[in-house]
Design a binder for this molecule. Sequence first.
Ligand code: MN3
Length: 210
Amino acid sequence: MPDCNVFENSPLPYAFDALEPYIDAETMRVHHNLYLQAYTDGLNALLRDNPGLCGLSLEGLLRLAPCLPARVGVPLSRQAGGVYNHRLFFESMAPPGTGGAPEGALGAAVDRAFGSPEGLRDALAAAALSVFGSGYAWLAADGCGRLLLRTTPNQETPLPRGLCPVLNLDVWEHAYILKHFNKRAAYVADWMNVVNWKAAAARYAACAGA
Ligand code: MN3
């Protein structure tokens, strides 16, 4: 049997309480240590049962999943999606005052697509509020480097649609219920204070092949 990737629960790039007062420490601890860990364990179990999938990257697994029989493809897209989406979500945030603003090539693309950073924030918030039930709002780049917003249900990603994710916003209730209860709009407004625009700019540059 070939060696198989064993995915590890990558540590948060900041302390659990680093996003206070906007995102509380207990939410971050539960979200990382329980939710992302569970998806990581689920993905590893799936790879053990399907050694033919071993050796692929997370992105490679997610692009392949829709092409597989549903018996394997559906659980694979859920578990690999849960790992990919949470890693990106945690990397999409930074302690208040440290995330910068949309600048450089990202800033120019934001202005072209949304008019201004405020226009992007408003449109992203509206997208996040439009998700019914569990899912994500995404800022992504198409093959021409244009920015667009998408939403996905559950743990789906825009990768099989050929889009390159720049940042994502987790609107599953577990992302905010401990602090914001059922007030998703309050959570989204708080979240805008901890966006890591520097990481988004680096990701956008990678998407554009710059
Ligand atoms: Mn989550």
